[in-house]
Design a protein around this ligand. Structure first.
Ligand code: KIV
Length: 271
């Protein structure tokens, strides 16, 4: 059992803000695990790991492979794995089968799924059967084709719908609710209205916690910078400089050096 559990995250409602980050690999997880409260193995790996143009093509097997790597090394933070598009929407039973497999194989603590009131029955079904669920409302990238793009949510008449969505998923038992790219007043109203802690990504400091995609935070994903991202490092230029130096050293016979080679001598056994 990790130190941060889904009930522990739920208990942080209204308290110290909950720090969450995505991670997809073991090495990155070892770095971030002691520093955050929750790690999401997000289906954003479609873009950050696989170079896809949306999350729609992600499979359960991809999520299981990365979820297993992350859960294997995480000791502190609560590990949540995204259920990918098409693996849970059909029925509560389909969602349970997928979630149970993901949890059993990866060893994660919870799953996340996208959707509002229409997913409440599924969230209730899973929560009652031992599957902690993180809900995800506002901009739901798996529905990009239906939404027609990645625009800001919760403006105009949509504000009332989003409040109803948030209430429905929270009442159904979600232990936390991600609110993505949503107008600040709506995120604020939802946070005040529901029992589950809200985790914002582009939804303002009014939320109970924040999540960002790690590649955005460290400056590895550089194709564009969403308005809601603050970059805390510039890793891409550092990698570029390191690999430029390495390639130049190889071409100029400066690497490997004498300290990197093995002699033919058989080492003496210690007495
Ligand atoms: O897939 C993901 O990384 C996410 C976060 C952006 C919340 O869903």
């Amino acid at each position: 059992m990790r130190e941060m559990t889904p009930p522990g995250i739920k208990g942080r409602k209204g308290g110290e803000p909950i720090a969450c980050i995505t991670s997809y690999t073991a090495l990155t997880t070892k770095i971030v695990d002691p520093l955050v409260d929750l790690i999401l193995v997000g289906d954003s790996l479609a873009m950050t790991v696989y170079g896809m143009s949306s999350t729609v093509g992600v499979t359960v097997d991809m999520m299981i492979a990365h979820g297993t790597a992350v859960a294997r090394v995480a000791r502190h933070a609560c590990v949540v794995v995204d259920l990918p598009f098409g693996s849970y929407e059909e029925s509560p039973e389909q969602a349970f089968r997928t979630a149970a497999r993901v949890m059993a194989v990866t060893g994660c603590d919870a799953v996340k799924l996208e959707g509002g009131a229409e997913m409440a029955e599924t969230i209730r079904f899973l929560s009652a059967r031992g599957v902690p669920v993180m809900a995800h409302i506002g901009l739901t990238p798996q529905s990009v084709n239906a939404l027609g793009g990645y625009g800001v949510r919760g403006r105009g008449e949509e504000a009332a719908t989003m409040l109803r969505d948030a209430e429905a998923v929270s009442e159904a038992g979600a232990f936390s609710v991600v609110i993505e790219k949503t107008a600040e007043p709506v995120a604020r109203e939802i946070t005040a209205a529901i029992a589950a802690p809200t985790i914002g990504i582009g939804a303002s400091a009014a939320c109970d916690g924040q999540i960002l995609v790690i590649d955005d935070v460290v400056g590895l994903f550089t194709e564009f910078r969403p308005k809601f991202v603050r970059r805390y490092a510039e890793v891409a230029p550092a990698i570029e400089a390191a690999i430029r130096d390495y390639a130049a050293d190889v071409r100029a016979h400066r690497f490997p050096g004498p300290e990197h080679v093995f002699s033919a001598e058989v080492p003496k056994k210690k007495a």
